[in-house]
Design a protein around this ligand. Structure first.
Ligand SMILES: O=c1ccn([C@H]2C[C@H](O)[C@@H](COP(=O)(O)OP(=O)(O)OP(=O)(O)O)O2)c(=O)[nH]1
Ligand SMILES: [Mg+2]
Length: 157
């Protein structure tokens, strides 16, 4: 028997143009994201982008967010992805949830109302607070970054 993980209840409201659409849903028992469908027809030209309507607004519990992530099949087969991935839906946002999509492929990509365009991951948020100091502790990495440990080759053991 697979263990079921706790589910976070998220309030969802179907907007007038989304009344007949299915709510975002997990495609399989172990899916991390709920597939969300488009509430509109959009033809995305090569290089084009659009904030795709979902016909939904949500109220996420405080301390959680929804991440809007691309579907890998659309990215691999068509070059269609979410440029701001993971998109952030704040717990206090009450506007329409939209999926920003970009067509990085060579062909126009047609999205039809009801098509599953992206996936939504409900995730906990940890917030930080600044502790301002004059000096930071020394580390092995120091100021090195952006490739300072080398290129693609594996590290020598
Ligand atoms: O893919 C996305 C990303 C954001 N939003 C909505 C929900 C989110 O809570 C709000 C603001 O998003 P974000 O903070 O990423 O955008 P911003 O450019 O910083 O806008 P704002 O000044 O409104 O925060 O826009 C979406 O519907 N889809
Ligand atoms: Mg913002």
């Amino acid at each position: 028997m697979p263990m079921s993980s706790p589910e976070i209840p998220v309030l969802v409201k179907r907007l007038p143009h989304g009344q007949d659409l299915p709510l975002p849903a997990y495609a399989t028992e172990g899916a991390a994201g709920m597939d969300v469908v488009s509430a509109e027809d959009v033809d995305l030209a090569p290089g084009g982008r659009h904030a795709v309507a979902t016909g939904l607004s949500v109220a996420i519990p405080h301390g959680y967010e929804i991440q809007v992530r691309p579907r890998s099949g659309l990215a691999l087969k068509h070059g269609v992805t979410v440029p701001n991935t993971p998109g952030t839906i704040d717990s206090d946002y009450r506007g329409e949830l939209k999926v920003i999509m970009i067509n990085l492929g060579a062909e126009t990509f047609s999205i039809r109302r009801g098509d599953r365009v992206a996936q939504l991951v409900v995730a906990p948020v940890t917030r930080g607070s600044w502790v301002e100091v004059d000096e930071l502790d020394a580390t092995q990495r120091g100021e090195g970054g952006f490739g300072s440990t080398g290129g693609l080759a594996a590290l020598k053991g």
